[in-house]
Ligand binder design. Structure first.
Ligand SMILES: *Cc1c(COP(=O)(O)O)cnc(C)c1O
Length: 401
């Protein structure tokens, strides 16, 4: 079977690479040279593992979802990233990257954020490590994700509302890269997903790979074998999915089902389903699938889920999808909302609207009763309660509430 990890040049098949302005060459090359020795050093491993355990609360539980299993005719287990400190998987990555920044002698941290989850996770570890933190966030998102903005400010971060373009995640990324160009010496850019120039997709995938590392022994304990039949996760830039599949990528026994955000539908202009609707192009330093116009202008992504609202996709996932290693389904807003209610009512778990896209994918797969299915709940839904309630007409079968 083909190798789906990054190659020596920073590519995943045709995708990836590091397409950065000249002023960042040195920064990016320094990081390319430094990251593996740091990650593999005993000192890093020790600090990283200790923080994941005592600060984040890992291992995250693997929970057998009995009622959902009955409903879908399989053995469904939920990997509970929603129980991490700050409420999502993002912190696995920000802890690792801030330790890396310290080892490289950087003093100033920048980050982009969409829904604010990565911004909060970055502001959190900056408070922990006493580092200056600047977060770039589209003005539209600043307005629609206000609680997360307040959390970041309380944690001591400066939030810069970005007013270019559509004023969402993609514009925030561009602005963070611009800032990085002005301060390449002292600044470390903590990227929030498996995107950006090489080595970021690989760094983020490695940091999130703790998810599938835990799955191996948790499955051994619970079902007597270390691999599932199916892995299911949602796909924004691709980090929770990368972490979920990392140790199973080259294991053909394991089928990979990923859910991207269809928005109003892939045949409309209101979608964020990059793998269905994108074409090859370059976005934020990587060659990947991008939603763009015929003359190469990046299109606005649309989905009810701010965390999946990105017109690109991590290069690793672009490659796996075109080579058919993964099956990518587009889940529309209404399907995600319904699935969010379903998990809430059947298991008592309110998922992030992003994670609800993964739940909705269960309906589109035919399982055998013995199949072991692991679905990653990437985050908790507290931030989305208003969105769910605004759309409660989609969940009428759960009564009038
Ligand atoms: C950010 C986010 C996502 C999407 O990002 P990935 O990098 O694709 O994982 C999904 N779920 C939650 C809860 C998030 O905060």
């Amino acid at each position: 079977m083909e190798n789906f990890f990054v190659d020596e040049q920073g590519f995943y098949g045709n995708f990836g690479g590091a397409y950065v302005p000249e002023i960042l060459y040195k920064c990016v090359h320094d990081l390319q040279d430094a990251y593996i020795p740091i990650i593999e050093s005993d000192e890093f491993k020790k600090e990283y593992r200790a923080l994941l355990r005592d600060y984040v609360g890992r291992p995250s539980p693997l929970y057998f979802a009995k009622r959902m299993s009955e409903k879908y005719g399989c053995r469904l287990f939920l990997k509970r990233e929603d129980l991490n400190h700050t409420g999502a998987h993002k912190i696995n990555n920000t802890i690792g990257q801030i330790l890396m920044a310290k080892k490289m002698g950087k003093t100033r941290i920048i980050a982009e954020t969409g829904a604010g989850q990565h911004g909060v996770a970055t502001a959190t570890v900056c408070a922990l490590m006493n580092m200056q933190c600047e977060v770039f966030m589209g003005k539209t998102d600043v307005e629609r994700q206000h609680t997360n903005v307040e959390r970041m400010r309380m944690l001591g971060a400066t939030v810069h509302p970005v007013t270019t373009g559509n004023m969402t995640l993609s514009d925030a990324c561009s602005e963070a890269i611009r800032d990085w160009c002005c301060h390449p010496q002292d600044t470390f850019y903590i990227v929030g997903s498996t995107m950006g120039p090489h080595p970021y997709p690989d760094i983020v995938a490695r940091m999130q790979s703790v998810i599938s590392e835990e799955l191996k022994w948790q499955l051994e304990e619970k079902v007597g074998r270390d691999h599932p039949d199916y892995l299911v996760a949602c796909l924004g830039g691709g980090s929770n999915a990368a972490g979920t599949i990392y140790h199973y990528i080259n294991d053909e026994r394991v089928k990979i089902i990923l859910a991207e955000a269809g928005g109003h539908g892939i045949d409309t202009d209101y979608t964020a389903a990059t793998i269905h609707c994108g074409t090859e192009g370059i976005i934020h330093g990587a060659r990947t699938l991008v939603m763009q116009t015929d003359d190469g202008q990046i299109k606005e992504a649309f989905t009810i889920s701010a965390g999946l609202d990105y017109p690109g996709i991590g290069p690793m996932h672009a490659n796996m999808a075109v080579k058919k290693r993964s099956t990518v389904l587009a889940i529309n807003d209404d399907e995600a909302i319904y699935a969010g209610y379903e998990l809430t009512r059947l298991e008592g778990i309110i998922p992030a609207i992003e994670s609800a896209h993964a739940v909705a994918a269960l309906k589109k797969v035919t399982f055998q009763p013995d199949d072991v299915v692991v679905l990653t709940v990437s985050g908790r839904g507290d931030k989305d309660v208003q969105t769910y309630l605004n759309n409660k007409d989609l969940a009428k079968e759960y009564g009038d509430f």
